[in-house]
Design a protein around this ligand. Sequence first.
Ligand SMILES: Cc1cc2nc3c(=O)[nH]c(=O)nc-3n(C[C@H](O)[C@H](O)[C@H](O)COP(=O)(O)OP(=O)(O)OC[C@H]3O[C@@H](n4cnc5c(N)ncnc54)[C@H](O)[C@@H]3O)c2cc1C
Length: 458
Amino acid sequence: MSPTPVKAWRCEVCGYIHEGPEPPAECLVCGAPASEFTPCEQPLPPLVPAPAGAVAAPRIVVLGGGIAGVAAAEAARQAAPAAEITLLDGEAELPYWRLNLTRLLDGEIQEDALPLHPAGWYEQQRIRLLPGVTATALAPERHEIACSNGDTVLFDKLVLAVGAQAFLPPWPGVQLAGVQALRTLADTRAVLDQLRPGLRCVCIGGGILGLETAGALAKHGVHVDLLAGDGWLMPRQLTQAGGELLARHVAALGIHLHTGAKVRAIAGTGRATGVQLEDGRELPADIVLVTAGIRANLALATAAGLHTRQGVLVDEWLTTSHPDIYAAGDCAEHQQVVYGLWPVANFQGTLAGLNAAGQRSAFGGLPRSNVLKVLGLHVFSIGDFAAPAAQVLEQQSEGQYLRFAFMEGRLCGAILIGRAGLDAALKGAIEHRRDFSTALPQLPTAAAFAAYLAKHPA
Ligand SMILES: Cc1cc2nc3c(=O)[nH]c(=O)nc-3n(C[C@H](O)[C@H](O)[C@H](O)COP(=O)(O)OP(=O)(O)OC[C@H]3O[C@@H](n4cnc5c(N)ncnc54)[C@H](O)[C@@H]3O)c2cc1C
């Protein structure tokens, strides 16, 4: 019997589902290449109408209209056709593809491509969306939420999907006008409004977001100084060799990279005029963009007595320390990990929504993976690529760097720079603990392993 033909493909970067026998050449939403798509089940089944005369529908409330919150509301609707579902979001926009803000900054997409769904979708799904309404207090025992518009919302089950905010380190001068982060659409508009020829921007942070921001601004002809506090770029995702190869690409884009740069203060009175470094230099700046990591939004949960650490603590069912409250996405901490990643927020949101609607779907953790957008160089990193006891295949050539790490014949981490087409296969191999111990002795180099994987992706 021939295998069932593939009918749908999921983009592993943003979760977009493409229907068809083949993946698209690139993702319509985030621009990821076809190699980022994996076959998936059909998209969620069509909406089941509420049964006539249904009563006592549980009230499911979702706090936060990021991807975790929208995924939770959508999944809850699928699992509980009769439930009353309310989605509160502090931002005044329709919920949007936050991970595409750098593509908006870059000019690759326009604002009309940002909403996750048109306004009518929420009505059609019978999800009561309240944009611009912030939850100001939560009373778990009374099952009550106080809102910024003065209303009180009651729930039977609650999903906390309040996400995270950008971390601004307490440097002197950090509060000056002209210093900002890039977390929201409003932040992005504020930067776009200031763009003009000759603008000088200092981007602080050598991680993915800092790089994407710097790359997007450089495309507009902005003079960009990129400060990376560590010895190389993307230290959490790349080895030194990988980071140095990426640095050469970044320099070729006209970005002025300063590795090992430690910020002492932001200079200026009233408005930022530069960034002072600990080595005594001062880099002039009209705007300073800080991408120094995120902090989960915990105030509401902490004040409500829920258990928190770096995030709101959840178990495998994404339940918090209160049995009727779930948490998902950038605000949630599962087994000491706050992922801070779009696909994980999407997945956790879906599971939390299903569980709030009465199902039992467990979250077992996911390997962290990252793809760099915007810069025109394929950079992919996954899992524990630097595991101390791992067997490593590593290879570098002009414009390309490959690294594969194995523990007892099973892939535990990988880095690809300048080599597309293997991301989904690597993800699958790590998630399914694929055993390469028979093949590995015949694969002496990283290039040989890459060729093998391309031929045998699953
Ligand atoms: C520019 C940019 C690019 C990125 N690119 C990538 C990428 O390429 N790949 C990747 O994996 N990840 C990427 N990320 C990270 C990714 O966007 C996040 O992991 C993801 O958005 C988390 O989703 P979330 O729903 O948990 O939280 P959020 O997106 O933070 O959404 C939370 C929402 O809750 C609302 N909220 C907060 N408090 C309240 C309250 N009290 N009441 C009501 N509403 C509230 C907020 O306003 C917000 O709208 C990127 C992030 C940024 C900023």
